[in-house]
Design a protein. Structure first.
Length: 228
């Protein structure tokens, strides 16, 4: 997979993409990440990419032209899936990550400042929001999408089970997990987990995932995997 990110601050991605799972995904060739500073495509003498809003209002809006020019420079633009990061987009959920992970080329456009010229919307296929709150720009949202998608790509994790048991993957929160020591300050590991009975362990995990989801996120149960 290739992921192209249009941003005014490519330096923000250096540490995040150079460590942990995203670095590993790139290292094994599962994903190629391209950063494009769309300020480079401004025709302004001072590389200006924003301007005041027609009709007045606070702040500055990103202009459509530099973003359009940056998009036109991308090889394979015609077949790429273009995403605009915006608070007005559809909420980003695990099912969206799974769909995006099946695509060959994603383009993520990071907004900034007060917003962007409405005509930018005509350049994309999808608008996504990572939550009901406002960030300074779309960069953090882009990082979240790259991380959540990269870990679903073949070969990135040690096995499919590594992400299939994650919270949200099958519509449930993840079951409780334990490691050594078996007893800590009076809190013991559930006996079923050390019983060696794999069928009972899986049953317990399923029950605990349902219980935890019911307690913390009952809204998720309507989309839960119904397998027993």
């Amino acid at each position: 997979m290739k992921i192209t990110i249009l941003t005014l601050f490519p330096e923000m991605f250096t540490n995040v993409f150079g460590t942990s799972m995203i670095w590993h995904a790139q290292d094994i060739g599962a994903v190629e990440i391209e950063l494009i500073n769309f300020r480079d495509f401004s025709t302004s003498k001072h590389k200006k990419v924003d301007d005041a809003s027609f009709g007045g209002g606070p702040g500055m809006l990103l202009s459509v032209e530099p973003i359009f020019r940056a998009l036109q420079s991308i090889q394979g633009l015609e077949t790429a899936h273009k995403i605009l990061l915006t608070p007005q987009g559809e909420p980003y959920v695990q099912d969206t990550a799974k769909r995006l992970a099946k695509m060959d080329h994603l383009i993520l456009i990071c907004g900034h400042y007060e917003g962007f010229d409405e005509r930018v919307r005509t350049l994309v296929d999808q608008e996504i929001s990572i939550g009901d709150y406002v960030l300074t720009g779309g960069e953090i949202g882009a990082m979240a999408i790259v991380d959540s998608v990269s870990r679903l790509l073949p070969g990135v994790l040690t096995s499919d089970e590594s992400f299939e048991q994650d919270s949200f993957y099958n519509g449930l929160l993840e079951y409780p997990q334990y490691t050594r020591p078996r007893s800590f300050m009076g809190m013991d590991v559930p006996e079923v987990l050390i019983s060696g009975n794999h069928q009972e362990v899986e049953k317990w995990r399923r029950e605990q995932a349902l219980k935890r989801t019911q307690e913390r996120r009952p809204d998720l149960l309507k989309n839960a995997d119904k397998k027993d």
